[in-house]
Design a protein. Structure first.
Length: 76
């Protein structure tokens, strides 16, 4: 792992961020003591697309009974 001081990080922040993103973590030191690490992010996971279910929904049988009629029959 690479070690740099806070001052060096301030001077060339963009360079160090790019380096950390492409390689291994960078340890940030203050007066020679490690205080933080600069890490790149893990690549995002690919997401699976949801299946297209519209065809399945269209194939379902259509309800031909009015719900009010159905409920009134149930009450009788």
């Amino acid at each position: 792992m690479k070690e740099i001081s806070i001052e060096e990080l301030k001077r060339n922040a963009g360079q160090w961020v790019k380096l950390a993103a492409s390689r291994e973590p960078i340890i940030i030191t203050d007066d020679g003591k490690p205080v933080a690490t600069l890490n790149g992010l893990a690549p995002p996971r690919t997401r699976r697309r949801l299946p297209d279910r519209e065809d399945e929904i269209r194939k379902r049988s259509q309800i031909t009974v009015d719900s009010a009629d159905y409920l009134s029959e149930m009450r009788d």
